[in-house]
Each structure stands twice: as C-alpha cells, then as structure tokens.
Design a binder for this molecule. Structure first.
Ligand code: ARG
Length: 469
C-alpha cells in the first residue's frame, strides 16, 4: 500500500492535504478558490506577515535568523507582485497560501515557521481591515473633494433664485446655493460615518489564531502597534468571525450613493429641456445612435443605477453574516467581492462627481422664470397678512382664494393689480409687492438654515472652515 502522505503529496500541493484520501476535484478547486479576487490584498498580507514574524522573533518563538530570512523573502515577493511577475496559482486557494508557498520555496524551513501561532482566519480578517482602513481614508478624501466642488458652485450661486420643490411641485423660492449646500450637509454626515466606522475597522484580529487564541507567548499589542491598529480585538471568537466592520463600511457607502442618486435625479431632471436649469458638460454625456438631437446625462444616470448595486452589496453582506454560528465559516470568503466592488464603485463615483460639478453650466434665467411661475411666493403673502394681524389659518385661506383667482386669470400673484388683491383682504396695501418678489421672499428667510443669500454666504464660510480643518 502506498504511504498515505506520499499519496496526498503526489496528488496535491495543498498545505492541509495530509488528512485527506483524495484531492479535491477540479470543479471544487475552482469553486473554493479565492485567489482571483483576494490577490488584491497581497501587500496587506505581506505587511501583516512582516509584523507577525517580527513579534514571533521578539518573543523568542522563532529565531532572529528566521525573522531576517522571512523579511527578505517577503520583500522579494512584494517586488515580484508589484512587477507583475508573481505566478498566482489557483490550486493554492487564496492570497495567503500563494504567498506562503512562494516564501517557503525561496527560504525553506524559515518560511514554514511564519504561520506559527497564526491561522488564515485571523490573517484574512487582518488583511481586510488593513485594506479597508486605507480605503476609508481615500473615501473621506474623495468626499472632501466633492464637497469642495459643491461649495464652489454654491458660492457662484449664493443668490441665484430657483423654485424649491416639495412633491416636485413648486413650493417656495430658494437660492441655488442653498439647494446645493443641502448636499454638502449630507456628505458631511457621510464623512463622519466613515471616520467613525474606521475606529472599529482599525482593530487587530491577529492572535485570535483559528478561533481560540494560541498557546505561544505572543505579544498582540506589539503587532497592533507595528501595523498602526488602535488596539486588539478583545475576543478571539469574535475577531475571526464577525464582518460587521465591512457591513458598516458598505452601509455608509450605500448612504453616500443614495445621497448622490438624489443629486443625480435632480441633475437629470434639470438638464432635461423641460427644466433647462443646467447644462452638464459634454464629456459627461453621450448621444443617441438614432436620435441626432439627444444629449443624455449618462453619468448621473449611472450613479443612480450604481446606487442599486452598492445597496445590493450591503444586502449581500448582511445576508452572508446572518445566522452564521461562531466562529469562522467559509461563508466569510464571500465578503470580499461585494466589499471590493463597493469600494471601487464609491471611489470612482466620488471622483467623477467632483469633476462633473465643475463642468455644470447654470441657466439662471430659466431657474428664475420657473420660480416666478407656480405661485412660489404664496406663503410669503400669507406671512405678510399674519404680520398685519390676520391669524395664519385665515391668511392661508385668503391666499388660496387669491391663487385660484390668479390661476383663472392665467397670471402670477404679483401680476394682480392692488385693487384686485384687496378684494381678498382689506389688510393688503401697496407694500405687498415687495414680499411677492423673489428677492423679497428669499431675503426674508434670514436665519441659520434659511435660504436668504446672506445666510448662504455664512453657510459657505462655515463649510470652507470645515474643509480646511
Ligand atoms: N480565503 C479565506 C477567506 O477569505 C481565508 C480563510 C480560510 N480559512 C480556512 N479555515 N479555510 O476567508
């Protein structure tokens, strides 16, 4: 009878093959391998291994000679990967085993000692956290850039009048600058969510080993410090099994995308000739292969569409985690593709959006005209009557009747002669026309959070301060 370990060796290179009677089928090999996508964690995997081996040496668990060989080997491997010369092997399953095997081929037994006191379970969570921490920083920087674009555009339009909508019906006049700054605020909260999530991402799983910790005298704090983590995961079972940090990141990403989908929807509407409020630069649009007149707002439409994709990733990750018993389960290998795609989609969206806003042309006249249609200053007339002593509910009724009259006549409230307006209330006098103008309406909303141009200027100053901090 053939020796079992020989048999395993002859069939496969797998590190765990000693226990098995037969190799996995080709199909299973492909089904279970993750190297095609997790190889993008390679630099972080090497970073983690360097810190781990340094600690093993400092604790006397492996020799300093081995530590030096491991460092040398890993640095060479890093160069091979960066030069595109590294041969990724599907039969070595994942990024971790590919790198470890190459290391052992290079430096022999020292390479085989790297995995002492460690498991791929704490290793993979460490790698993902290192990667995601860097991504979170990039996302925050991307949000800041976009906020800068928004503030610049808002500044140019701090007093540009446009209709504000509720139910997509003309409601009250607002300044375009004020409208834009609403998105600044949303993104401000988004950035805060990423910095908060980063605190929980930035904890070290290594030392948890497979699930229960390890019997070697390790120094987890040292590894945490070496890798720039704020601290260690306090429970080994939790450290290897939970992916809540990835879910949180994806939830924050889905919210950014949701905010941008709203902005996109507005840009799509506003760039339609029916609104004609804005013109999106040609480089963000495409034409139609059949209708020569078309200029389609592809970028905002795709942002709107990709929001579904990122929200889908959030659902995938939540569903992946749901009902998993402690501790690590292979299910968790499925966290990477949604997470990677979330990061890629979000980062490129932020970049393209910041650029797109710089190429927006605003049609002030169209905005203004739309704001003068649809009785946007009706509330101002009611407020005027209240200030003259009419109870608000009565004022509301008076204005409703006046609006109906204007609708019948096919004109705006400000087009009605004084005598006609006075039929609705004796309290109306010549000064009413001031409040019925767009400028009067805008200027009157002069408090923190209001749309008055003076307030928009102050909001811009506050925003600039936040961005400079
Ligand atoms: N490729 C695996 C993952 O992404 C690494 C951890 C595998 N652990 C194990 N015990 N099979 O989750």
């Amino acid at each position: 009878m053939q020796d079992k370990s020989d048999l395993a060796k002859s069939n496969t290179d797998k590190v765990w093959s000693g226990r098995f009677n037969e190799p996995v089928s080709e199909l299973v090999k492909r089904y279970t391998a993750s190297v095609d996508f997790d190889k993008r964690l390679a630099t972080f995997d090497i970073q983690g291994s360097l810190a781990h081996s340094k600690m093993l040496g400092a604790q006397g668990i492996i020799s300093q000679e081995d530590v030096a060989k491991i460092a040398q080997g890993l640095n060479e491997i890093l160069q091979e990967i960066e030069a595109g010369q590294f041969e990724w092997r599907l039969d070595l399953e994942d990024v971790h085993l590919n790198i470890e095997k190459r290391l052992t081929d290079k430096i022999g037994d020292a390479g085989k000692r790297l995995h002492t006191g460690r498991s791929r379970n704490d290793q993979v969570s460490t790698d993902v956290r290192l990667w995601l921490r860097a991504v979170a920083d990039d996302v925050i920087a991307g949000i800041r850039k976009l906020q800068n674009s928004i503030v610049d555009l808002a500044e140019a339009h701090f007093d540009t009048a446009m209709p504000g909508f509720t139910h997509l019906q003309v409601a009250q006049p607002v300044t375009f600058g004020h409208h834009l700054l609403a998105y600044f605020e949303m993104l401000q909260r988004d950035a805060a969510r990423f910095s908060d999530a980063r605190k929980r991402i930035n904890r070290l799983p290594l030392g948890a080993a497979a699930l229960a910790g390890t019997s070697y005298p390790i120094d987890r704090e040292m590894v945490a410090k070496e890798l720039g983590f704020d601290g260690v995961c306090e429970n080994s079972l939790d450290a290897v099994s939970d992916r809540d940090f990835a879910i949180e990141f994806t939830a924050a990403a889905a919210l950014v995308m949701t905010h941008l989908s709203r902005f996109s929807e507005e840009l799509i509407l506003w760039s339609s000739p029916r609104f004609a409020f804005v013109d999106i630069a040609d480089r963000f649009c495409t034409g139609s292969s059949i209708m020569p007149q078309k200029k389609n707002p592809d970028v905002p439409e795709l942002v709107r569409g990709k929001t579904g994709r990122v929200t889908g990733h959030l659902m995938a990750l939540l569903t992946l985690m749901k009902s998993q018993p402690l501790a690590y389960n292979k299910d968790n290998q499925e966290d990477k593709e949604p997470l990677f795609d979330t990061a890629d989609t979000l980062l490129v969206t932020l970049e393209i959006y910041a650029d797109m806003l710089r190429g927006i042309k605003v049609n002030k006249e169209a905005m203004r005209k739309a704001a003068t249609e649809g009785f946007a200053t009706a509330t101002d007339l009611a407020d005027y009557l209240v200030k003259k002593g009419t109870p608000f509910r009565d004022a509301h009724e008076v204005v409703a009747l006046a609006v109906r009259h204007a609708v019948d006549k096919g004109c705006d409230l400000s087009d009605l002669p004084l005598a006609e307006l006075q039929k609705f209330s004796a309290q109306i006098s010549e000064d009413v026309y001031q409040v019925l103008t767009l400028e009067g309406s805008l200027a009157s909303r002069n408090h923190v959070g209001g749309t008055a141009p003076a307030q928009v200027k102050q909001a811009i100053a506050r925003a600039r301060k936040v961005l400079a901090a």
